[in-house]
Write a protein that binds this ligand. Structure first.
Ligand code: ATP
Ligand code: MG
Length: 299
């Protein structure tokens, strides 16, 4: 049961994008009552319904206007856009923001014993992949005459099974490739998770809700990168101390009881503070250096 006036968001039901998407929704204040076996979950505090589906379905759901927003990997999004273009279907959407999870790359890998000097070495080969459109685009750009062989799973065993000479698959660490005697030789696409919105008319209330959620998303991502720093600094070294702290142009300075030459400095840094920087601060005469995580931020 869904209501057209509620904002519909598609997320991957389970898999590599599920945790990042659900954590982000929680962090921006969307409370959900999830019943595992159901496709749909309702928010208990905002007019939002969550559709939990396979990631393959998310680009189409947004592009066909069935849902308003979707969390999806750029790899899947681009593949589906190319597939739809080949079928003469439009694929309109807006990317609202890149997200800070789901990083991976789509790469060609070949068996260890195969020599690879460049894309031309794949001429005449079958390359197994779940992303035939992205791979074919790469072949076309490189002017290589090779075949993208579509497999929906177990791509990495295709060379051993004699189905293909090479593969093109998603990689983050390379451990799966290594376990199958393959070496990554050519990156063809870099990907991150993104939040996309459907094109077309959006009821005013729904758009207002999206406009309210977007700064929250930016705030959550910014907070993850930022740190709240407190330290005691010698008054005559404040310029040097500030120069060591990224994004600390306007620190708060507070007097310390019974201590003329030292002040307490509070500052939000836009990057995490490395041990090396803390050691330099100490060398300048700073003490009681505390680095604390920030949960939320609003400018
Ligand atoms: P589904 O059942 O939803 O179709 P799936 O098996 O297609 O799931 P997952 O393996 O969960 O997909 O990956 C989903 C997305 O996560 C990928 O399309 C990609 O954008 C991203 N991702 C990040 N790191 C990796 C990785 N190391 N391997 C595969 N995908 C990754
Ligand atoms: Mg999938």
């Amino acid at each position: 049961m869904t209501d057209k006036n509620r904002l519909r968001i598609a997320v991957q039901k389970s898999g590599r994008l599920n945790e990042g998407s659900m954590k982000l929704l929680k962090a921006i204040g969307v409370k959900l009552s999830i019943r595992d076996r159901l496709l749909i979950a309702h928010s208990t505090n905002l007019p939002i319904d969550l559709l939990q589906v396979r990631d393959d379905d998310i680009p189409g759901l947004v592009m066909d206007g069935v849902v308003d927003l979707g969390f999806i990997g750029e790899n899947e999004l681009e593949e589906k856009a190319l597939e739809r273009a080949a079928a003469g279907k439009a694929s309109d959407y807006d990317v609202l923001t890149k997200l800070d999870f789901g990083d991976c790359r789509l790469s060609i890998a070949v068996p260890k014993e195969m020599s690879y000097a460049g894309p031309q070495d794949l001429a005449g080969c079958n390359v197994a992949t779940t992303y035939p459109y992205l791979l074919e685009r790469f072949f076309k750009q490189q002017g290589v005459n090779a075949t993208a062989l579509m497999l929906t799973g177990s791509v990495e065993v295709a060379p051993r099974a004699g189905l293909a000479e090479a593969i093109c698959d998603l990689v983050s660490t390379g451990a799966t490739l290594e376990a199958n005697g393959l070496v990554e030789v050519q990156e063809i696409f870099q990907s991150k998770a993104v939040l996309i919105q459907r094109k077309g008319d959006m009821p005013v209330a729904k758009q207002a809700l999206i406009d309210k959620l977007m700064p929250r998303i930016a705030g959550v991502m910014q907070a993850k990168e930022s740190k709240y720093i407190m330290l005691h600094a010698p008054k005559d070294k404040l310029t040097e101390v500030t120069a060591l702290l990224p994004g600390a142009e306007n620190p708060t300075l507070l007097p310390l009881a019974n201590c003329e030459n030292t002040v307490a400095m509070h500052v939000v840094c836009t990057e995490t503070l490395f041990w090396e920087t803390m050691e330099k601060l100490k060398a300048l005469g700073c003490s009681s250096i505390l680095v604390m995580p920030i949960e939320k931020m609003m400018g």
